[in-house]
Design a protein around this ligand. Sequence first.
Ligand code: 6GU
Length: 271
Amino acid sequence: MVLNKLQESVSFIRTITSAKPKIGVVLGSGLGSFVKDVEVETTIPYKDIPHFSPPTVEGHSGNLIFGKVGGQAIVILQGRNHFYEGHSMESVVHPTRTLALLGVENLILTNSAGGFGENMSAGEFMIIEDHINLMGTNPLMGPNIKELGPRFPDMTEAYDKRMINIMEQVLQKQGTRYHKGVYCGVSGPTYETPSEVRYLKLIGGKAVGMSTVPETIAANHLGLRVAALSCITNLAAGISNQKLSHDEVTETAKRVEMQFTSFLKEFIGHI
Ligand code: 6GU
């Protein structure tokens, strides 16, 4: 069933383009404007693709985009489905799996996250070195689809070391402030309580968000190399006195749009 749906998505996309980029990019909340810097060749709205669902949240768009950046062929998921929207884990990772079946080998995941690491401020970035899955489920639950990958995938290096090094070099060169750390993936849609944030800190996290973990798990199952970058759009609850809002998340993402875009362009050129 899962495999049939994937094949139907791939077949539909193949009626529109024969492009086989090796690099896939998932753009998180408010980070969709990177597309302005892409030489776009083909845009396919999610609503046209069988088994892709259009996003329900404001500020999230839904397009599959093929194009080039700095001469490199890429495919972009502009907007993702979140577990908190009520999508099944299977449908959350469906677009990621589709990219792999289209030929993607390197997956760049981006997101907005709440930060609680030492010396973190809103507007900074965090390279995800590892994650803790706190979503209460796993996209690989259920019968294993052996055509996609093994029953018990290794997650020792879920985030590719070489890609982490390249990300660091690019951020340093561009003079962009960044952190490195563990991303805690939660289901949402509520932001955390201050006590929950203290717990996340105790277990070794530095940032928290409602995405990325399912895609990273599905991508590792498929044998893709994963790189992931969080935009710290706000400090997590209890770290500052400020209350949290989705408006702050989108405002900060907008403020760092230029830095984020130049980072992605150069990073893609070095993969
Ligand atoms: Cl503070 N928490 C979660 N779960 N997701 C976020 C966030 C916080 N800030 C941006 N996204």
